[in-house]
Design a protein around this ligand. Structure first.
Ligand SMILES: NC(=O)c1ccc[n+]([C@@H]2O[C@H](COP(=O)([O-])OP(=O)(O)OC[C@H]3O[C@@H](n4cnc5c(N)ncnc54)[C@H](OP(=O)(O)O)[C@@H]3O)[C@@H](O)[C@H]2O)c1
Length: 327
């Protein structure tokens, strides 16, 4: 029986649980396709799956939600794509850290000819997330000032560029001078080194005491309460990640006390559940990239079998921009 290699974990834990396993090649069932990966995207959600923060359905488990490559087989009933098409995706179930994988064909989008597979694998999950956060969770308008945490990260660099293209002023937090420089080069107007400076005081200073209408917070536990203090009355707190750990249970009264605030805890899964939304998001993302308004920066690459090293670096805050794993 033909086999491939894939990164899997047999128990949850630190990066060392990631193993380079030999597994049989899967055959696509009805409505499915098999993609031979040219590149696989690394995302923080992979850390949550590996650590157990987001439980996977069963162990041993594959890992990874994003990839790009070429369709090498299709199941019955698949009409939109054909063998040989260049495609990319950002979707569950976990299992993209593999030389090839089977996935529902309606989760795949065709890559435009101007976008290579490495870029495709680097941009789908982070880029679609930025699309829904800026266009759907909150409809960003020209002249808005926003707070973006981890502004030099994968999501961060795409969000700074996209928000800039929409005419916003961006305040970004980062952990070092080098990251501040990188965020600035990507459209961030004001950077705050939040490991050193009080970001609430700085946001108040930059906004003349008014606060911002929306905070994009992917850090979670370490920033949650102070992020609320950066909002103007009726502002929207978008808590969309847990890089420092999950936000502890919340006393809703805090929202009235701080100015009748709104809070949402969104996920890409909901915003792309319908095929039409996935296509709308991918089209918007590809347009931004083709127009040169968003440049996808693949600042780290690792061999897929070295995924544990990539996880260590991501968790140690050593990476900037996007990262891909090469099968
Ligand atoms: N809800 C959704 O739909 C969705 C979709 C995609 C991603 N996300 C979330 O968005 C966030 C960014 O994802 P990404 O893949 O682009 O990762 P990333 O931003 O490239 O990496 C995470 C960054 O978070 C910062 N950070 C702050 N405290 C940290 C800590 N204790 N440990 C590790 N990092 C810490 C670091 O930047 P500094 O060194 O500058 O602090 C680090 O580089 C993640 O929280 C992810 O879960 C959510």
């Amino acid at each position: 029986m033909a086999s491939i290699h894939a990164i899997r974990f047999h128990k949850t834990g630190g990066p060392d649980v990631l193993q380079w396993d030999e597994i049989p090649v899967a055959e696509p069932g009805p409505g499915q396709a098999r993609v031979r990966h040219a590149a696989v995207g690394l995302n923080f959600i992979d850390v949550y799956h590996r650590s157990g923060l987001y439980p996977v359905p069963a162990l041993p488990s594959g890992i990874g939600m994003e990839g790009a490559g070429v369709v090498e087989a299709i199941g019955s009933g698949v009409t939109d794509i054909k063998v040989g098409d260049r495609v990319a995706y950002a979707s569950g179930p976990v299992g993209s850290y593999a030389q090839s994988r089977v996935i529902a064909a309606d989760r795949l989008v065709a890559l435009p000819k101007e976008i290579d597979e490495r870029t495709g694998a680097a941009m789908m999950l982070q880029g679609l997330t930025v699309w829904y956060l800026l266009h759907r969770t909150y409809a960003l308008k020209k002249g808005d000032t926003i707070l973006v945490h981890a502004a030099a990260g994968g999501i961060g660099l795409i969000m700074c560029q996209w928000a800039k293209a929409l005419g916003a002023t961006i305040i970004g937090t980062v952990s070092s001078e080098e990251k501040a420089k990188l965020a600035k080069q990507n459209g961030c107007d004001h950077t705050i080194i939040y490991t050193k400076d009080d970001f609430v005081a700085k946001v108040k200073e930059i906004t003349g005491g008014a606060g911002v209408p929306v905070v994009y917070d992917s850090i979670g536990k370490d920033t949650w309460p102070r992020s609320l203090d950066c909002l103007r009355p009726l502002g929207l707190m978008v808590s969309f990640g847990n890089a420092s750990g999950p936000v502890p249970p919340v006393d809703l009264g805090i929202l009235s006390a701080k100015g009748s605030l709104f809070v949402t805890r969104p996920t890409l899964v909901t915003y792309t559940a319908k095929r039409a939304d996935l296509v709308a998001g991918a089209t918007a993302l590809f347009d931004m990239v083709r127009a040169g308004k968003v440049k996808i920066q693949v600042n780290q690459t690792y061999a897929l079998k070295d995924a544990a090293a990539a996880h260590r670096d991501l968790e140690a805050r050593k990476t900037t921009g996007s990262t891909v794993l090469l099968p």
